[in-house]
Design a protein around this ligand. Structure first.
Ligand SMILES: [Zn+2]
Length: 276
């Protein structure tokens, strides 16, 4: 159908959230898009900078936008957590329709300054921007934080007004990587953030979240939900399941596992829409 921006997808997400799935390898690009096609759902295909370097920027920029255009539902191609303005400018020329500037390590005034600059440059090229305010704990690809600082709704309102960012990743109790105990999400804070923020809310660290927490987050107004770790685990599980020496069989099982997880997550995020 079409390669669109993240904002295009999120503006239209009424009663559901759009799944944003991280590809770690070239084959996962295809797996994620296949799952979106099979579910007939919009999706966001995303990579971290290190995954982009592993796949190879020329390979990714040739494959991802072309394959995304062939899916019969709208797809956005997004660069996940990026802290480097030079890398973001490179991404502008690689077919991304959306980027995330993560300046959440900086004091809020600095975060605003950096994010505003990225928004100005990206919007001039028709590219959407996601930013982060507060700190999401845990480890995943290029992000690491040993502590989580919940997002303050008043600061978030101010941040969005000042930056005109399209989407905001908020810290409400989720974490990157694998959960050790059951995560407790602050839904009241999420509702308040949705009320006061003039940007789409993004939930990171959805791998391992109980299904009820995901559906409740969607009810609270979250429009984009990131899934990375569970896809890596599914891929590894698939690869380890098949003994022998046929790469197609080994990768074939990994593909099935990844597609299954992406499809299940899409259905979960669209549960309110289909009403079951
Ligand atoms: Zn994240």
């Amino acid at each position: 159908m079409s390669l669109v921006t993240m904002k295009h997808l999120l503006d239209r997400a009424e009663g559901y959230a759009v799944g944003a799935f991280n590809a770690s390898t070239p084959d996962m690009i295809l797996d994620i898009l296949t799952a979106a096609e099979q579910e007939q759902a919009p999706c966001i295909l995303q990579v971290s900078w290190s995954a982009l370097m592993f796949i190879g920027a020329p390979v990714f920029s040739t494959l991802a936008p072309e394959l995304a255009k062939r899916v019969s539902t709208p797809v956005a191609v997004h660069l996940d957590h990026c802290t480097d303005l030079g890398q973001i400018e490179q991404a502008f020329g690689l077919g991304f329709t959306s980027v995330m500037i993560d300046a959440s390590r900086l004091p809020i005034e600095e975060n605003i300054k950096v994010t505003r600059e990225v928004v100005r440059k990206a919007h001039a090229r028709g590219i959407s921007v996601e930013a982060e305010l507060g700190r999401i704990g845990g480890t995943e690809d290029d992000v690491w934080s040993d502590a989580s600082t919940f997002t303050d709704p008043d600061e978030a309102r101010w941040f969005v007004q000042e930056t005109e960012v399209d989407a905001l990743a908020v810290a409400v109790g989720t974490a990157h990587g694998i959960y050790k105990g059951e995560p407790k999400l602050d839904f009241q804070r999420l509702r308040r953030l949705h009320e006061v923020c003039d940007a789409h809310l993004v939930l990171h660290g959805a791998s391992g979240l109980p299904d009820e927490a995901v559906t409740e987050a969607v009810r609270c107004g979250v429009k984009k939900i990131n899934v990375a770790t569970e896809l890596k685990l599914a891929w590894l599980e698939g690869v380890r399941e098949i003994p022998g020496d046929d790469p197609r069989k080994v990768l074939g099982r990994a593909r099935e596992r990844v597609i299954d997880v992406v499809r299940a997550k899409i259905r979960l995020m669209r549960k309110g829409l289909i009403g079951d």
